[in-house]
Design a protein around this ligand. Structure first.
Ligand code: AMP
Length: 282
């Protein structure tokens, strides 16, 4: 595996691989890797010839009171893990490499898709995500880019951006990888105290219970939301940001559950904001 810090060097390597007819797979991350990230890299390894992973903690997607500075980082450990997954190029640009002085261009996906769910309480978050992902896609020019369904809204927004801007890449959504008790793996789980960590399993547990209720034809979304809020509130440190049931495709709110829906939630334990979701197909 080669670690590359500059856009110029990465582009030269990718051009060479493309000249040989190689298919490029790309996995963008913010590092502090776990099995969730690695599952994307392994899938890319299976499906493409040259795998590029990036580690870049993107300042533009963090709000002023969010955890950009504190976000966990461990480049040495991450490099070992990516190498074990068979990644060919690990791209680790500096903030100045991605946002040089006088940088002024942003990509904004408008409409409800970015305004609701995580967009409500994190203004500007998706603008930061779509800006950095479009830049990374322009730099790497992959055939396929791999994203986790853990960030279901992010995948939907990126998919929309790629279609609207005619970016020539296949977006591959990948399953959520969970810990032994069901908690979705996240770099932010390291912030949790041991008490909060124990309580946090209520998120996936309540989602799985809600899924069961839907399969038992309990289709009133208001009632399912009430059930979820009730279950999650049983954890004494949990502060609910949102619990929503939306159409799985356009993320619009649904009243009566039918077809494919996404149950998505964001809950704070102390200062740590966790997200999780489940797709339910009727
Ligand atoms: P992040 O480093 O949090 O920006 O995540 C980088 C990529 O890994 C995104 O596409 C995430 O959706 C994905 N990812 C993070 N956690 C998980 C998980 N538990 N399961 C699957 N994919 C994940």
């Amino acid at each position: 595996m080669k670690t590359v810090e500059t856009i110029k060097e990465l582009r030269a390597n990718i051009k060479q691989a493309k000249r040989k007819g190689k298919k490029i797979g790309f996995v963008p991350t913010m590092g502090f890797l776990h099995e969730g990230h690695l599952s994307l890299m392994r899938k890319a390894r299976l499906e493409t010839d040259v795998v590029v992973a990036s580690i870049f903690v993107n300042p533009t997607q963090f709000g002023p009171n969010e955890d950009f500075e504190a976000y966990p980082r461990d480049m040495q450990r991450d490099a070992l893990m990516t190498e074990e997954c068979g990644v060919d190029y690990l791209f680790t640009p500096s903030v100045e490499e991605i946002y040089p002085e006088n940088y002024v261009t942003y990509v904004d996906v408008e409409g409800d898709i970015t305004r609701q769910l995580c967009g409500k309480n994190r203004p500007g978050h998706f603008r930061g995500v779509t800006t950095v992902v479009s830049k990374l896609l322009n730099i790497v020019t992959p055939d396929y880019a791999y994203f986790g369904k853990k960030d279901a809204q992010q995948v939907a927004v990126i998919d929309k951006m790629v279609r609207d801007l005619n970016i020539d890449v296949g977006i591959v959504p990948c399953p959520i990888i969970r810990d032994h008790d069901g908690l979705a793996l996240s770099s932010r789980n390291t912030y949790l105290s041991s008490e909060q960590r124990k309580e946090a399993k209520i998120l996936s547990q309540s989602l799985f219970e809600a899924e069961k209720l839907i399969y038992q034809r309990k289709l009133d979304s208001k009632k399912i939301k009430e059930f979820l809020i009730d279950r999650i509130s049983s954890a004494k440190n949990a502060i609910i940001d949102y619990v929503e049931i939306v159409n799985g495709k356009n993320l619009n709110q649904v009243n009566e559950i039918s077809g494919g829906v996404l149950i998505a939630l964001a809950v704070k334990f102390g200062k740590t904001r966790l997200i999780d979701n489940i797709g339910v197909e009727l």
